[in-house]
Ligand binder design. Structure first.
Ligand code: NAD
Length: 320
């Protein structure tokens, strides 16, 4: 079959962060000889979560970061274990493999993780900064960089790798002129992702099963943070229109049967799938210029990058 573009694997992109992580780690080891310790809590039987945990362990250890998986039979004990880990000075980063209860209790559990150890960047403070386009934790000093949720951040880094972010533009406006569709508006990934991309200057069509919204910073980027506009109920027609108006299609539909209709793509689009299921079928390769079938390995790299940033921030705070 004719394939005019390229498929790029997450492992190719994540590798570009190995060096940065190793260098930071070496500097850190001068103050913390054993290096940082990341603890992952697994309290479900989800094979995707287990795989993610194994990859986190493998990647951490290959870079020289200590990783400990704590498995729990009974999720009712998880909250206490997180609180213990929050107070344990030996532990630098904490993450939970979701879903645990599969309902709103999961969001509560996430907020139990101390923000100083929240490597996934899911604490309310980090989300609020993201939505408000605030990039530091200590304005106006601006010494401590805020943390971004690692899956949305991974997509941003993928777009940088693909040169969709234009480094000739001022920082913060590097997606000016770009249009994307994000199919998923969960609080964990889709909505923060749409906001991040719009804050960086893109026009984003944010799609969920109910409706389609447009996230932008307004004409000529006149606003300092994104605004949201309702475009209407979800319909195939509206989705197709948004795709025909976009250069970048990002999917995160958590279902095995879902396939994005390749015929909606504009020729030469960039296609990125972050769902654990393959949301594009192989025909995408005949139409996309760049296709990224999975993103998990970049997410793990961002997790480790976030952890080193948290440790750096805490050392800077101690100096103050
Ligand atoms: P979720 O169930 O919370 O959200 C799914 C979103 O997709 C919702 O907004 C829903 O409305 C939308 N949706 C579902 N079907 C749709 C359809 N047919 N058309 C349009 N929109 C539709 O799930 P989640 O937590 O956001 O996770 C989504 C996927 O991403 C899962 O497969 C998960 O495993 C994966 N994930 C990957 C990473 C990573 O690092 N790659 C990280 C987190 C989650």
């Amino acid at each position: 079959k004719h394939q005019p573009g390229r498929t790029i694997l997450a492992s190719t992109i994540s590798k570009t962060y190995d060096q940065e992580i190793k260098e930071k780690l070496n500097t850190l080891k001068k103050v913390k000889p054993n290096g940082p310790l990341l603890v992952g809590f697994l309290a479900n039987n989800d094979p995707a979560a287990r795989m993610y945990a194994q990859w986190t362990q493998k990647t951490s250890e290959s870079l020289g970061i200590r990783y400990q998986l704590r498995e729990m039979e009974d999720p009712d004990f998880l909250e206490e274990s997180i609180i213990d880990a929050n107070e344990d000075d030996e532990i630098d980063g904490i993450m939970i493999y979701f879903p645990v209860f599969g309902n709103a209790q999961d969001q509560y559990l996430q907020q139990v993780v101390k923000k100083e150890k929240d490597v996934e960047g899911l604490n309310h403070v980090y989300y609020q900064n993201l939505y408000h386009n605030v990039r530091f934790l200590d304005p106006p000093d601006n010494q401590l960089k805020s943390i971004l949720p690692c899956t949305p951040l991974a997509i941003v880094k993928i777009l940088e790798f693909l040169k969709i972010y234009n480094p000739l533009l001022p920082e913060g406006n590097r997606l000016f002129g770009k249009k994307c569709v994000v199919i998923n508006r969960s609080e964990i990934v889709g909505r923060p992702l749409a906001a991040l991309l719009a804050n960086d200057g893109a026009i984003v069509y944010s799609v969920d099963i109910n409706n389609i919204q447009k996230f932008t910073r307004g004409e000529s980027l006149k606003f300092t943070k994104h605004h949201v506009e309702d475009l209407g109920d979800y319909s195939e027609d509206l989705l197709k229109k948004c795709c025909q108006d976009s250069d970048i299609i990002i999917t995160g539909v958590p279902s095995e049967n879902y396939k994005f209709p390749t015929e909606y793509l504009k020729d030469g689009s960039t296609c990125i799938n972050f769902s654990s299921f393959k949301n594009f079928d192989d025909s995408v390769k005949e139409k996309a210029s760049l296709y990224i079938p999975m993103t998990g390995k970049v997410t793990i790299a961002m997790l480790l990058r976030n952890m080193l940033r948290l440790v750096e921030n805490s050392l800077k705070l101690k100096e103050k």
